[in-house]
Design a binder for this molecule. Structure first.
Ligand code: GDD
Ligand code: MN
Length: 372
């Protein structure tokens, strides 16, 4: 940053990709905010747009504007993180370049941050907020669905907003952040463990120049992002739920294998052998998907010990079930209903037991395995 400048209160971080046409208008409006008494500087993080962005900035020649051109990394979220690392202000504001976000509310952002807000978003969905007409139905549905999916993580009305304000030191360990996709605001709110997020109403304008970069690929990344956030915020539930679901699918595989074996072998294989093959097949099925979905954090650890441990642990409830059944059958009479209830209770206990033991002994979190 220009060393003659005193440290500003706010660094406005503007990620850009091919926004040369929008920048003059944006910088003019930011200049007016400065004139209104806000000590801000601007950091434009451009992903090597090659559309004249550099020339536009050079020509405007504002000493409070700095252009940072990234030639290797790509992507909105990582551009924002790069901006946070380079920011000099006490606060950061992140906004789009295309003038969808009105710079005039920045003083309101600051007032909230100086009050007791630990995060601010410019919001379309609080009273006073709005969206310019002309959003296609598809984009609208898209935005709504994405917002609903963010519900388990935050009660913010507009967690998809890309207009953000926060302290530069909100995240002290940037390793926890996953700069994947578009929703850097949601990521910062959740991983910054923000308690008081204030929503400043904005009118979201439709861009006048260029086009949106929100591609289908970026939208798919959002699903991935939600999974990562769930694993971060609810690590046990995010492990147990897939484990239980894989368990249910394993029963299906078991039945299916029995059926196929019977069909294919036409009775040449002994009954016991068929059962054993089906059990082993189902165990491998469960192992593969559990390792992938339930114990994702241990995926990089050696395969063989995990497989052997998995098979050993799975065998315990099987043997216990077997013994209990034998013991029940040994009694004079076992009602079928009691049998079904017993089997169900046994499965539930088995799943919880298996999961706990696997987590503690077979798929452990190593020092190096990240939360994701
Ligand atoms: N550096 C960099 N790298 N900037 C990018 C990239 C990238 O890969 N992709 C997009 N940007 C910049 C754009 O140049 C623009 O300044 C800003 O990020 C937002 O991109 P748009 O392409 O205008 O996004 P949008 O209008 O579809 O989405 C906006 O509204 C959504 C809410 O509906 C964004 O604010 C989203 O964050 C927000 O969720
Ligand atoms: Mn836009």
């Amino acid at each position: 940053m220009n060393t003659r400048q005193p440290a500003p209160d706010v660094t406005v971080i503007v990620p850009t990709y091919q926004e040369a046409e929008s920048l003059p208008g944006l910088l003019d409006r930011l200049e007016a905010v400065r004139a209104g008494g806000v000590a801000l500087n601007v950091l434009i993080v451009d992903d090597d747009s090659q559309d004249g962005t550099e020339a536009v900035i050079a020509e405007m020649d504002r000493d409070w504007v700095r252009l940072l051109t990234r030639r290797e990394d790509r992507g909105l979220s990582s551009a924002v993180l790069c901006g946070i690392q380079e920011a000099t202000g006490e606060w950061c504001v992140v906004m789009d370049a295309d003038l969808s976000h009105p710079p005039e509310v920045i003083p309101d952002f600051l007032a909230a941050l100086r009050g007791d807000a630990d995060f601010v978003v410019g919001s379309r969905y609080v009273p006073g907020g709005s969206t310019e007409d002309g959003w296609g139905v598809l984009r609208w549905i898209n935005s709504k669905v994405a917002t609903v999916m963010a519900r388990p993580f935050t009660t913010v009305r507009d967690p998809m907003s890309g207009f953000l304000g926060f302290s530069r030191t909100l995240i002290d360990d940037s390793d926890v952040l996953d700069p994947v996709g578009y929703k850097i605001g949601l990521e910062l709110i959740v991983k910054g463990e923000c308690r008081h997020v204030e929503e400043v109403p904005i009118h979201f304008s439709t861009r006048r120049h260029g086009q949106s970069k929100l591609s289908l690929r970026v939208q798919l990344q959002y699903l991935n992002h939600i999974v990562r956030l769930a694993r971060w915020k609810y690590p046990r539930l995010s492990s147990f739920l897939p484990f239980a679901m894989v368990g249910v699918s394993g029963i299906g595989i078991y039945v299916l294998l029995l059926w196929i074996l019977e069909l294919v072998s036409g009775g040449t294989l002994g009954q016991d052998l068929q059962i054993i093959i089906a059990i082993v097949g189902a165990m491998f099925w469960n192992f593969t998907f559990d390792r992938w979905l339930a114990f994702w954090y241990a995926r990089k650890q050696p395969f063989l010990p995990q497989l052997l441990g998995f098979l050993a642990v799975c065998s315990i409830p099987v043997i216990v079930n077997f013994l209990i059944t034998r013991w029940l059958v040994g009694d004079d009479y076992v009602s079928p209903a009691a049998g079904a209830i017993g089997a169900f209770a046994g499965s539930v206990v088995g799943v919880v037991f298996n999961w706990l033991v696997m987590r503690s002994f077979i798929f452990r979190r190593s020092e190096s395995s990240s939360g994701n």
